[in-house]
Design a protein around this ligand. Sequence first.
Ligand code: NAD
Length: 235
Amino acid sequence: MVFTGAGISTESGIPDFRSADGLWSRFQPVTIQEFLYSDDARRRYWQYKRATWPLIAAAQPNPGHRAICELERRGQLQTLITQNIDGLHERAGNTPQLILELHGSEHFVLCLSCGLRIDRTSVQQRLDAGEEIPSCASCGGWLKPATVSFGQSLPAEVLERAFHECTSCEALLAVGSSLSVMPAAQLPVVAKRHGAWLGILNREPTPLDDLADWVCHESAGAVLAEAVGGSELEE
Ligand code: NAD
């Protein structure tokens, strides 16, 4: 089992949240409650989404993503749980059915009233044309990327499956996550309690380092590429 966070995608040019140069140093997060009740919050939210989408849309999988895809190709990957919303694991070639996206996906937008699903690029075009708070063309409801905001519950079915998988895996490798966001950070703990080997690959120390069987504080791409056999995964 591999469990990834924002750190696996920094080498693809997408900043994480909590590093010194992470996104929270530039944008203040908007909770779902603020989004639902205030025009000002909706405006700020979409300004942030408009500024970060070009990075996500243009990002390419890096050697870390490709190494995890190689694990699947070799039959060594049971499930890939990710907190990321950038879709880079799928772009790297991992089978969508094996990927559990705990925080949803930035690649499409949902109407919060009627559930209409819209391609993210078309909403970006509307923002670029001057629309500040996009609404649903069909029912007038608020549009929001299909991601989990602060204050919003994680999709129950996906979370349940993730915890279930953690009870049966032989090994769990956590990559590029500060392991500080609950309940996702509990997944490695559950795997360990059920007898799994636990590895943590993260540039900085995490609160779970003492629990792990293997800890490496280096950049994910090079370490993972070397672990699965190296240079042929470089572009
Ligand atoms: P986080 O920002 O809390 O932690 C990221 C960790 O990755 C940090 O501890 C940092 O030291 C480490 N890191 C950064 N670059 C690294 C690298 N190249 N190699 C190894 N480690 C590296 O991220 P998190 O734990 O995933 O927190 C969760 C939230 O961040 C989620 O809600 C997720 O949806 C969101 N997020 C996702 C993306 C994305 O989809 N790419 C980007 C930013 C934030």
